[in-house]
Design a protein around this ligand. Structure first.
Ligand code: HEM
Length: 505
């Protein structure tokens, strides 16, 4: 399957942009509406959008930027039993991400993505998202501020993660514009009187708009109106007033300046959140910022049709922003066929905060695969774009299946096609030469709900057929303790680089 520009960027962009209607990802359903609680009863007084933001903070703040350790690395999954990570948010969120994690998107990337989606889809600004985080294999350092932490300790924890006093006040105000402090989990902050039939967890809002990302928490704090900054300002228990201690630590200068920024508050939060999300251990290289793509190939892949012909099928998605309209048709040409295909859209469209999406399915026969090196998409009003492809080797989607037992054991039976004469990384096996196939599967590990990735290298394959100038190879792998996330099947070249990959589940 052809993913553009990379597998990871393509998949993350999909979750970010395909939020409603045609071909939508189900990720956003967890925070739709923004008051939704995806892990249990709506009467618990919990909301998922706010939980996601809190999880990222707890994962991040134990970073030691001098040592280059910690940050957004999903170590939080191993740390949920620590008192400083009290509350349902950590395992609720890890449990939601778990069946989505794959070799291409780590849990830590889901932690980052979830903040971007909560803020961006609940009234706030768009935080630039990068991919490429790497999950920790064990718990990291301690050091999350708690309601009864001293000001010095709190500033020390933030400082270790690279945030000074002004940054710390800003990040806390940006975080505490959504969500609750709950009696259940934090009885030293919120008393039992918060518990009611429709709020069994006893959640008290930080501001009057619990599920909207806005500046209200700052104004209510300074003016003493509404929720007056929330339970960490007003708690019956003076030692639990950590937000009050932090906000007052510079005589409210930072809070006053945040209030005076007006809409600039959003820019401040974008900046601070982005720094938080992009704090990663030394050696982790993040991708470019993932931008919504105006023209995107989706599930574009080589395959064989029922007659054994080689075909190239998939969709082209267009994204119309602002007042621009979707094109009526697209023209798809390939390096083989300059005449091209006229593509017409599916009737169902999608919508998102970025604009509306339209999907143009295509299928075209490839008669001379050696010359199939690119395809090009154009339409009136859209600048034409060319996409490079390779046809040397590919995972055959129609001949690849996953079967599961009890949802924990998965058997991947796959087919790979290699073009006759293709020089990839061929392995000597049973007196013949076979392609090198690697399968990566997310599996359960002890101590965290976050999966680890198990790799099956050089999976045995046997040659079973010849089709359309290709050898077809079959193989299979059985994965135990599968966590339900997409499995990747990769064909590797002589350098061990991926030439083609299929994501299956
Ligand atoms: C002095 C620093 C901080 C302290 C002591 C603190 C403490 C707390 C506590 C005790 C809760 C209640 C959790 C629950 O009842 O489930 C909470 C909630 C929350 N915190 Fe903080 N926090 C701090 C800074 C931050 C920062 C910097 C962010 C974000 C960047 C953040 C984001 C959140 C969010 C979104 C919630 C609501 C969670 C929910 O509704 O489930 N916090 N915080």
């Amino acid at each position: 399957t052809y993913f553009y520009p990379t597998v990871q960027t393509s998949l993350l962009e999909h979750i970010l942009v395909d939020t409603q209607g045609a071909h939508a990802s189900d990720f956003i359903a967890a925070i739709t509406p923004c008051t939704n609680y995806v892990n249990g009863a709506q009467t618990l007084g919990r909301i998922t959008s706010a939980q996601w933001i809190r999880v990222a903070f707890h994962d991040f703040v134990t970073a030691n930027i001098t040592a280059g350790t910690g940050g957004l690395d999903a170590s939080i999954g191993f740390e949920t039993l620590r008192g400083e990570n009290s509350g349902a948010a950590m395992n609720d969120s890890m449990g939601f991400f778990r069946p989505r994690v794959s070799s291409k998107i780590a849990t830590a990337d889901f932690i980052a993505l979830s903040v971007v989606m909560s803020v961006g889809n609940c009234g706030g600004p768009q935080i630039p998202l990068r991919g490429g985080r790497v999950d920790a294999t064990e718990g990291g350092a301690t050091g999350v501020p708690a309601p009864d932490s001293s000001l010095a300790d709190t500033l020390g924890f933030f400082g270790g993660a690279g945030f000074n006093q002004v940054d710390s006040i800003g990040l806390t105000a940006c975080g505490h514009t959504m969500g609750n402090v709950h009696h259940e989990g934090f009885p030293i902050v919120v008393g039992p009187d918060a518990v009611s039939e429709n709020n069994t967890g006893g959640g008290i809002h930080f501001d009057s708009t619990v599920a909207t990302f806005d500046t209200l928490v700052v104004h209510e704090y300074l003016n003493g109106t509404g929720n007056a900054g929330g339970p960490l300002v007003t708690s019956f228990n003076v030692s639990s007033r950590s937000d009050l201690r932090l906000y007052e630590s510079d005589n409210n200068a930072t809070m006053t300046s945040l209030a005076n920024q007006g809409n600039g508050f959003f820019d401040t939060c974008v900046n601070l959140f982005q720094r938080m999300l992009d704090t990663v251990p030394t050696g982790v290289v993040l991708s470019d910022v993932i931008e919504p793509m105006p023209l995107k190939p989706i599930n574009a892949t080589l395959d064989f049709d029922n007659d054994g012909n080689l075909i190239f099928t998939g969709y082209i998605r267009t994204l119309a922003t602002g007042t621009s309209a979707a094109p009526q048709s697209l023209n798809l040409t390939t390096s083989l066929d300059k005449q091209g295909l006229l593509l017409t859209p599916e009737s169902e469209t999608g919508s998102s905060i970025f604009g509306s999406t339209t999907f143009f399915p295509f299928s075209t026969q490839i008669s001379n695969p050696e010359a199939f090196t690119s395809f090009n998409v154009s339409a009136p009003g859209i600048s034409s774009q060319s996409f490079p492809v390779q046809s040397g080797a590919f995972v055959v989607p129609s001949l690849t299946t996953v079967t599961t037992i009890h949802n924990t054991t998965a058997t991947v039976a796959f087919s790979v096609a290699t073009r006759q004469g293709y020089v990839g990384r061929m392995m000597k096996r049973d007196n013949s030469t076979a392609p090198s196939v690697s399968i990566q599967a997310p599996v359960a590990q002890v101590g965290t709900l976050g999966p680890r990735i198990e790799t099956f290298d050089d999976v045995a394959v046997t040659s079973v057929a010849q089709k359309a100038g290709y050898y077809v190879w079959e193989g299979s792998v059985t994965v135990e303790d599968w966590t339900l996330g997409p499995l990747s099947i990769s064909v590797l070249n002589e350098n061990g680089d991926e030439v083609d990959v299929a994501m299956v589940d």
